[in-house]
Design a protein around this ligand. Sequence first.
Ligand SMILES: *Cc1c(COP(=O)(O)O)cnc(C)c1O
Length: 381
Amino acid sequence: MIPFNKPFIIGNELKYIEEAVKSGKISGDGLFTKKCNQFFESRYGFQKVLLTTSCTDALEMAAILCNIKEGDEVIVPSYTFVSSANAFALRGAKIVFVDSEANQPNICVKEIEKHITSKTKVIIPVHYAGVACDMEAIMNLAKAHHLIVVEDAAQAIDSYYTFSNGTRKPLGSIGHMAAFSFHETKNVIAGEGGLLAINDPQYNERAEIIREKGTNRSAFFRGEVNKYGWVDIGSSFLPSELISAFLYAQLEHIDQIQEKRISIWNKYYKGLKGLENSGYIQLPVIPENATNNGHMFYIVCKNYEERTGLINYLKKFDIHPVFHYLSLNKSEFFLSNNASIDIPNSDRYTDCLLRLPFFYELKEEEQTCVINHINEFYLNK
Ligand SMILES: *Cc1c(COP(=O)(O)O)cnc(C)c1O
């Protein structure tokens, strides 16, 4: 059986969990949380890092920090995970869905521009498959219209974007804030886990308060105030040391993880390029100013029926690829409050995109088997 995903351990995950337990502190913001924060601040230059219990929570924190009020508009790609939109809907925002590019699922900047109104407050670029959105254009639009940019970088660890002046920046360090995920399906995992990276220091103080149930507990622990209390809204967004201990062990091996995943990606690309050249499928596109972080390998089939046929064919060999998002403009929740809208590229990825088995421990012969059966499906039709 070749599953779509398989969580893995790579180093001292269990040892560090044991250390955390024996240290007598397993609630949040202990030694391992600090080590993780330092790792991200020094490796990627994020101005401030706050570990959270999930990327969803990081996005919810971002929505509070953006001061979303009822009726504010937030621009989100419709081809994304629920949380990119839901975190803002929770605060009363009107979600404005826009389409993906025709050649890849990232948000289309021309479409963003068309949907900006006087009520627009935030843009959420989602770096699909860890491939950078057109951040230069998005940041310019945001500047011109005084908008906040929150990168949904859930899939985008260790991926980069190069500006036209040659400056290269890690994804998550470009927008005002960014949210990452360490869910077991991502490159670096902790079961469930995430982080909020803050690149604009005006949000630092409030972010700490929101993460600590609306209290100024963090400032109290630093000795900046002599008692702590309820000063704002917030929630319990910080992970326990058990999560941070697991995560830190993974981070110590990030280069090894990335090297392996990128080699898996390259093997898929080589093995399936012939099918693209013959016009059967569409493969991922990495724009020149973006990098590939080996998060995911997908193919885009001609239509829904063909994708279903391929899934069923691979199932016979115990290979389990999976499709991805249901375009959020087609979701039950959106349609219960809004008229139906057509978002053609997003709808096409909903019907035609298929993600292939992709995990750290995927064996070379397993991958060869997936590639061979996909080629067989198309060439023996
Ligand atoms: C995985 C993912 C999320 C959610 O991450 P969690 O850590 O599970 O909350 C959000 N957005 C995108 C684009 C994702 O891929």
